[in-house]
Ligand binder design. Structure first.
Ligand SMILES: Cc1cc2nc3c(=O)[nH]c(=O)nc-3n(C[C@H](O)[C@H](O)[C@H](O)COP(=O)(O)O)c2cc1C
Ligand code: SF4
Ligand code: SF4
Length: 363
């Protein structure tokens, strides 16, 4: 009967799914001619001999998913290799929307309605029985012994991080930047949206232009706030709620114009790389995602001898200043949410620094 298998599966591709299950069950159970070996001969996945008719059809469906459909046509994003599955139900526990336990069989029906590509099912399955068709199955390296860190050392690593604003002229090798970018994809994003994008600016002319435009923005806004503050101090205007922000912008402006007058880069401190984290504004946690990504990169960079500083000033200016927005020319609908400068540090901090305790409420 092996010649029947491709024929059967070809028919199956074109048929309504429920009808297919029904016919498969009848076919397999009544004739009992379709052997385990004949299934595995086509697919490399064989079914357990004690599986129910429902499981037989599930196995056949996996067979189709894996081998006959184009990627776009895959019915379930996830398949289970029933040769390996022990019915431990860990996948059901973790993801009960995409996995179901029916009698003694676990089935998977994952699509965009239930699956956000978190990969947890593949990561958790003790026997490696789960295949996710929308993910790179070659990029799930095993975890033998989870790496552990000494708490005190980790705290020291956090405390030793400083904002660096003096860099040597040495450029960051491209392979290190690529490694940093690659690592950031493993940082978490809200709903696993994975929509953080990165722009690396190394061209000194381009960096200078972005710096100039940022200063221009603070020059304008700071000047307007300075005028408004004057009116407030004269009593001509009521004290607004954002008074301290206005005062801050006025100070920024003074500082930036002073630096610009001396020919200094008031925004990026002549760093060899400006790293801009941007994403669609329509994400639910767009800023969080970008800040987590930049923080992840900043900490990892330290392991390479690099240091960084967040540059909120560019992010603030890029929210509304049209000439800067145009210069950045991000994809439509994207906005800057976090910025780092990076480079090899000129200064070495010899002590960690004091910070105010976090105001904490215990309930
Ligand atoms: C969200 C954010 C935005 C920042 N923006 C700037 C900036 O535009 N320019 C700058 O020189 N430093 C910037 N910093 C660095 C802070 O001034 C710095 O983190 C703070 O003074 C504490 O110093 P530390 O980072 O060495 O602990 C920013 C920091 C954060 C967290
Ligand atoms: S976690 Fe793996 S072995 Fe356990 S039920 Fe799910 S697919 Fe089967
Ligand atoms: S990748 Fe995540 S959401 Fe998708 S099926 Fe697996 S556990 Fe469920």
């Amino acid at each position: 009967m092996p010649f029947l298998c491709p024929l059967f599966l070809a028919i199956q591709c074109r048929m309504n799914y429920l009808l297919t299950i029904f016919i498969e069950s009848l076919f397999f159970v009544s004739l009992k001619l379709f052997t385990v070996e004949s299934l595995s001969g086509i697919s490399g996945i064989s079914c357990k001999s004690n599986l129910s008719p429902a499981c037989w059809s599930q196995a056949a469906r996996i067979d189709v998913d894996c081998f006959l459909f184009d990627e776009e046509d895959v019915m379930s994003w996830v398949s289970i290799d029933y040769d390996k599955c022990t019915n431990c139900c860990i996948c059901v526990l973790r993801c009960e929307r995409c996995f179901t336990q029916k009698k003694d069989t676990v089935t998977a029906q994952a699509d965009e309605n239930c699956c956000n590509l978190c990969g947890h099912c593949v990561s958790l399955c003790p026997t490696g029985a789960i295949v996710h068709h929308k993910m790179d199955m070659g990029n799930f390296p095993g975890i033998d012994e989870p790496i552990t860190y000494k708490t005190e050392q980790f705290i020291q690593f956090i405390r030793e991080r400083r904002s660096h604003r003096h860099f040597t002229k040495k450029n960051i090798p491209r392979n290190l930047l690529e490694q940093l970018i690659d690592a950031v994809r493993y940082a978490p994003t809200g709903s696993n949206d994975q929509n953080v994008e990165i722009m690396i600016v190394e061209n000194p002319e381009r960096i200078r232009r972005l710096s100039e435009l940022t200063v221009d923005y603070f020059d304008r806004v700071g000047a307007a706030y300075a005028e408004q503050l004057e009116r407030i101090h004269k009593g001509d205007e009521e004290i607004p709620q954002n008074l301290s922000l206005m005062e801050k912008f006025v100070r920024y402006r003074e500082r930036m114009l002073l630096a610009r007058g001396k020919g200094l880069d008031a925004i990026f401190y002549n760093a060899p790389a400006v790293i801009i984290f941007h994403s669609t504004i329509y994400g639910t946690t767009a800023k969080d995602n970008c800040v987590i990504a930049s923080t992840t990169m900043g900490l990892l960079a330290r392991t390479m001898g690099l240091e960084t500083t967040y540059i909120g000033l560019l992010e603030i200016a890029a929210r509304s200043y049209q000439p800067l927005i145009e210069e950045l020319s991000l994809p439509k609908g994207n906005r800057v949410f976090s910025v780092l400068i990076a480079g090899y540090p000129k200064l070495r901090y010899l002590r960690t620094v004091d910070r105010r305790p976090i105001k904490t409420r215990w309930e």
